[in-house]
Design a protein around this ligand. Structure first.
Ligand SMILES: Nc1ncnc2c1ncn2[C@@H]1O[C@H](COP(=O)(O)OP(=O)(O)OP(=O)(O)O)[C@@H](O)[C@H]1O
Length: 579
């Protein structure tokens, strides 16, 4: 919790002034039963109506003052809690953006969304309650006990005796509900995961007529969450009735003993009514305390989940700001892997094992291999989306770990397997690759990516709006735009990770021809499962179960590499293979 408390630092004024006004309100509230006692004893008892009016007016004034104090506190509580929530959310967002893929893989997107929304909201409410009620409720309890002691010490012993009973109930409920809240939040994450998979994959689900199964999966996750909520609710629900039971038992005892006192002449009627009022105040305050306990138990579990995110450090570390500028070596291979091995944290298995390869400037290199053989993992290590576990990777002669991340990534244009577009116009999307790109530059990038024709056919051309997730474009059109986006900045290294899978063979061939003609000094890495895509490359790297099974031209590999021969045989006729 204390790490998160720093976000309250800018709101010291609000956190101090708010409770002070709430205390003023509480003091006024505590005086009311005594005034009522005075009215009963001196006003009603002695038939002095002037006294009743005077004291009644005083009570109204005190109520108005109390209301004013409460409003001031409410204002400060809202300012502090909203400000706290906003800066916590912003910090989390900035921190999450700085994390590497490895950390994001561990927590997962649905859980991160829950933590940045639900959990922060939970803490926001806790901060507001902290200011409004955390001091007030115990103050009212203790204050009411003291006032009751002043009225009649012996009667107040009944109240003091009830305190440890309440303490035991509180302890029992906190220790049992706290671990359940953590479970509850885990299940909320699970529900969010199922929901996000369903919403993003809704077309696939319908296409496979799997709606019923998915509904069942959602219902199961929802039912699981409900059961946990009911279990935790069942425990917390004891708190209110048990508190009421303890306090009401105390009231009965007070009436019993108080009655004997009145008969004996030791206590006036006004005093016994004031006493009961104080006990009622204690009861209400204790119910507030019980609710606060539940709220803070939830908030502490949310705080742990937020701290978990904030405590994560990016495994792909940025170089220190004062590190010397890197000196690229034009004569060195543009990409060089030396004995590189890598495994994903989540699986513990090696996805790449002892990879060594040099790629020369201006080359077009094909990367081929069966699914899961490590091609994407290989290209993801070049812009440092992940860091190699062993070995060294150099880009233009410099170890990738010595570059500033932004500088390294500005040398590389990458087209990921899954075409991701953002809401905005087509031009906005292409400009992600070069913010200052002119319309001509965008159109020539589109021409290379074979997107020019479909863009010019659109009524608004480059200014056509791309719907959320690019839903108003076909799979092939989306892929072509992501290629144009990567090409527009003319990066020295261009990586196309299976980026032509949604293109027909003719467009795929035209794309490769255009890349060839326009690439100049650009080094192009073509990841594909299609032999026809990589066949003409200067060099082909064949992956097999995380290892390199062969490197060479199509002809060389056909003669020397068994894995490549197998891939060719499965895709090409024997004539095509030797062409
Ligand atoms: N984020 C990840 N977390 C854990 N394991 C992963 C992750 N991404 C890939 N893997 C695993 O690493 C291995 C290599 O995967 P990779 O994506 O590099 O294969 P690929 O050759 O590109 O396959 P494809 O052609 O199907 O894209 C596979 O066993 C895969 O299951």
């Amino acid at each position: 919790m204390h790490k998160i408390a720093v976000f309250l630092k800018p709101y010291k004024k609000e956190v101090t002034i708010g409770p002070i006004f709430k205390l003023l309100e509480a003091i006024l509230e505590l005086l009311l039963p005594t005034i009522v006692a005075l009215i009963i004893n001196n006003g009603i008892g002695k038939q002095d109506s002037a006294y009743v009016y005077r004291m009644g007016s005083l009570m109204v004034l005190m109520a108005i003052l109390g209301f004013g104090c409460s409003m001031v506190c409410q204002y400060y509580a809202a300012r502090a809690s909203q400000g706290f929530g906003t800066s916590l959310r912003n910090t989390m967002f900035k921190h999450i953006s700085s994390l590497s893929y490895a950390e994001l893989d561990i927590i997962g997107t649905p859980s991160l969304i829950n933590r940045i929304t639900n959990d922060v909201n939970q803490l926001q409410v806790a901060v507001a309650m902290l200011i409004r009620l955390v001091i007030r409720a115990p103050f009212i309890c203790i204050g009411a006990i003291i006032m009751a002691m002043i009225l009649d010490f012996r009667l107040s012993l009944i109240l003091i005796a009830a305190t440890p009973v309440f303490g035991v109930i509180l302890y029992f409920i906190i220790t049992r509900s706290s671990p359940m809240y953590r479970k509850y939040q885990g299940k909320l994450d699970r529900l969010a995961l199922v929901l996000s998979e369903n919403l993003s994959g809704i077309r696939v689900i319908r296409a496979f007529a799997e709606s019923r199964r998915e509904k069942q999966r959602f219902n199961e996750a929802s039912e699981d969450l409900t059961q946990t909520a009911i279990r935790v609710g069942r425990i917390s629900a004891w708190l209110g009735p048990m508190t009421t039971l303890v306090v009401n038992t105390a009231i009965i005892a007070i009436l019993w003993v108080g009655g004997i006192h009145i008969e004996a002449g030791g206590l006036s009627q006004g005093e016994i009514i004031a006493f009961i009022n104080y006990v009622t105040q204690i009861l209400l305050a204790l119910i507030v305390v019980s609710n606060l306990v539940i709220l803070f138990t939830k908030a502490s579990s949310s705080a742990n989940r937020i701290n978990e995110v904030l405590a994560m450090t990016a495994s792909v570390a940025e170089v220190p700001a004062d590190a010397p500028a890197v000196k690229r070596d034009d004569a060195a291979p543009v990409i060089s892997f030396r004995n590189v091995s890598f495994g994903y944290n989540t699986t513990g298995e090696r996805a790449l094992e002892n990879i060594s390869v040099d790629i020369q400037r201006g080359q077009t290199v094909g990367l081929i291999g069966s699914t899961g053989s490590g091609k994407t993992t290989f290209v993801n290590l070049i812009p440092r989306f992940y860091d190699a576990v062993e070995g060294e990777i150099r880009v233009e002669g410099v170890n990738v770990r010595d570059y500033r991340l932004e500088q390294l990534r500005s040398r590389i244009g990458i087209v990921p397997q899954k075409a991701v577009l953002f809401t905005g116009t087509i031009a906005d999307n292409i400009r992600w690759g070069k913010a200052s790109a002119t319309r001509d530059e965008m159109m020539s990038a589109a021409a290379v990516a074979q997107a020019e024709e479909f863009i010019t056919r659109l009524p608004e051309g480059l200014d056509t709006l791309v719907a959320r997730g690019g839903h108003n474009l076909s799979g092939g059109q989306k892929q072509r735009l992501t290629i144009a986006r990567a090409v527009v900045g003319r990066p020295p290294i261009l990586i196309l990770d299976d980026s032509s899978s949604a293109l027909d063979f003719a467009t795929d061939a035209a794309l490769r021809r255009a890349l060839n003609e326009n690439s100049g000094e650009m080094t192009v890495l073509l990841v594909s499962q299609r032999v026809s895509t990589v066949k003409q490359a200067d060099q082909i790297i064949v992956f097999d179960e995380g290892r390199i099974a062969g490197i060479g031209s199509h002809r060389e590999l056909l003669e020397s590499c068994g894995v490549y021969q197998e891939i060719c045989m499965s895709q090409l006729s024997s004539e095509e293979a030797v062409q």
